[in-house]
Ligand binder design. Structure first.
Ligand SMILES: NC(=O)c1ccc[n+]([C@@H]2O[C@H](COP(=O)([O-])OP(=O)(O)OC[C@H]3O[C@@H](n4cnc5c(N)ncnc54)[C@H](O)[C@@H]3O)[C@@H](O)[C@H]2O)c1
Length: 444
């Protein structure tokens, strides 16, 4: 007897509810994917899915016809084309959706997709505000959706090994963990395009979505939206969320208890709103500090070792690069009493305490190809297991970076109650945890 697949089941019973999607999915069955947002990142993620024979592109959605043409050409088969994501969500042939629109669109599209019974791969940062992220976690739970947040390092084997190494105490107690984003765009960056009439008023309006209606400026739109706060959180949520996630993962921490940030637009002459230079500092229970440094300079790349991230432990330091990690052992003082007084100095051991390494050097290599993350999503859609970067994980990493931007905006040291998701020492800062959508947009 031919097994009844989930697709047959929902068609036959006409039960395209969230729950009906959670039951039957043959191990060899193809997942019918719909893609919303096929620009810079959406195209890369589409490629990642196309590497897997069980991912079928059945629907594509973008505001740009040229992006739709490009995506259609590389798809196996002829996907249906949409410019309205709601129409794609109504398409019963779509099992799961990938969302790679600008950040201000993530929450609305995600929640609508969950309610339409689709599993979701959504790009990072999960949301534009903490309140949106919390709602996304709730809705995904209520509708029992499988969710992968596009923090793709979570599916890289060499980074899984690095995280396990640190979690097992390999470098001792980590007191400080840092991520660096270095990129010199001085002096002109994205330039100073003036506000103007949009080439296509309807497209501009659709692109703005829930964000405030503002005059068209070409720098606000494709790709460069990430330098404007209505649509993104700048480098803290762009690159910073990858680092925050990796470091939280290594340290096994959910959320910081305090955050403060200094920085500004010190040298750039373009019309971006976000800083070109900043230092963000979070404190976690443990205790440990996490730091994100964004500099308008790139000569030495990363930290002193050229790494993107470093974790400084009592027994050793781990350096994490794009495709490898290394542990450099610390030299630990053997004598308990280093010489501090003339009397100490008469004891040779105290005067010249010996130092020795207590761990061996270690390293790992690999790749963080997005195709691994797509594979994990497809597997979880079938098994209904949690993805490597499930919605709560994505929310926790995103929320930590979002509150850093609030510390910068309010020029403050903020104490964070992670359970209530509120600041306890600054009422003004709490106002930035959500924002008023433009009518008629409403988060479901
Ligand atoms: N995981 C990663 O490493 C990574 C890397 C780059 C970008 N990203 C994330 O991907 C997202 C997109 O960034 P990008 O660089 O691809 O930007 P982009 O501007 O190149 O692409 C966004 C696409 O979304 C489309 N879009 C916007 N509003 C839409 C709507 N209402 N309906 C349908 N389509 C709409 C645009 O037309 C555009 O093609 C961002 O959230 C970004 O943070 C993640």
């Amino acid at each position: 007897m031919t097994p009844v697949t989930r697709r047959d089941f929902t068609k036959a019973a006409g039960l395209a509810t969230a729950l009906s999607y959670s039951r039957i999915f043959g191990a060899n069955e193809r997942i019918h994917m719909g893609y919303v947002g096929l620009g810079n990142r959406g195209d890369q993620v589409h490629d990642g899915f196309l590497e897997h024979g069980d991912a079928q592109t059945v629907a594509i959605c973008d505001l740009r016809e040229d992006y739709l043409d490009f995506a259609a050409k590389k798809s196996r088969g002829a996907p249906k084309r949409y410019t309205d994501y709601k129409k794609l969500l109504e398409d019963k042939d779509v099992d799961a959706v990938m969302i790679a629109t600008p950040d201000h669109w993530h929450a609305l599209m995600f929640v609508d997709a969950c309610h339409a019974g689709k599993d979701v791969y959504v790009e990072k940062p999960l949301s534009l505000t903490v309140a949106e992220g919390r709602r996304m976690v709730e809705v995904a739970d209520q509708t029992k959706r499988v969710v992968q947040v596009g923090i793709h390092r979570r599916s890289a084997k060499f980074l899984q090994e690095a995280a396990a190494y640190v979690q097992s105490g390999g470098i001792g107690h980590v007191t400080v963990a840092k991520g660096y984003h270095l990129y010199n765009e001085w002096p002109n960056g994205i330039g100073n395009a003036p506000d103007s009439t949009p080439p296509n008023e309807e497209m501009w309006n659709q692109w703005l979505g829930p964000s405030p209606k503002v005059p068209y400026n070409k720098n606000r739109m494709f790709y460069d939206f990430r330098w404007f706060y209505n649509y993104s959180g700048g480098q803290v949520t762009n690159f910073g969320v990858h680092y925050m996630d990796m470091l939280r993962w290594c340290l096994g921490k959910d959320a910081p208890k305090a955050v403060t940030v200094m920085g500004g637009k010190y040298v750039m002459k373009d019309n971006r709103e976000i800083p070109d230079t900043l230092e963000a500092l979070w404190e976690f229970d443990g205790p440990s500090l996490m730091v994100f440094s964004q500099y308008n300079s790139s000569a030495a790349g990363g930290n002193i070792q050229g790494a993107e991230m470093e974790l400084r432990g009592t027994k050793g330091t781990m350096y994490i690069h794009g495709n490898r990690w290394d542990v450099v052992p610390e030299k630990v003082t053997e004598a308990n009493v280093p010489a501090r007084t003339p009397v100490d100095r008469v004891t040779e051991k105290a005067y010249n305490p010996s130092k020795k390494t207590v761990i061996e050097p270690a390293s790992g290599k690999g790749s963080d190809d997005t195709a691994f993350h797509a594979r994990n999503f497809l597997d979880c859609v079938k098994s209904r297991a949690k993805c490597n970067c499930d919605v709560l994980t994505g929310h926790q990493s995103t929320a930590a970076t979002l509150i850093a931007n609030i510390a910068l905006k309010t020029k403050s040291y903020l104490e964070w109650d992670a359970k209530a998701e509120k600041f306890t020492n600054n009422a003004v800062a709490n106002k930035y945890l959500s924002y008023q959508y433009r009518a008629p947009y409403k988060l479901g």
